[in-house]
Write a new protein. Sequence first.
Length: 125
Amino acid sequence: MSEERTHSTVTVPGSDLPRVTDRVIETPAGRAVGHSARWDGGQYCALITRKGLIGCGAYHVPTMEHFGQAVAIARGTPQNPLVEPEDLFEARIVEATRQARELGVRIGDTGMEALGKLLEAERSR
């Protein structure tokens, strides 16, 4: 019986390379991949599903929309940055692609509400 791997972090000991983490996150709405990266002076994070993603402001909505992606964005502040995927749960969606809106994501949703809508669309396919 094989064990499912649910977490991967890339760091190089003794190196100044950035840290990247991907892991399965269990939520009341279902499972998603939590992704985060950190480097000196910056970071970004996302919750990724088969239908699209909930991300921080590092993602450029017009570009993602142009390529047909369902993406919803929450933005942190210098005082309250979005660093880990779980930080997106309570953050409010401030921007979304047309494809995300067609799946029910709305400006003002929490990240968890938007995640639930993407996961529901996944189950409805």
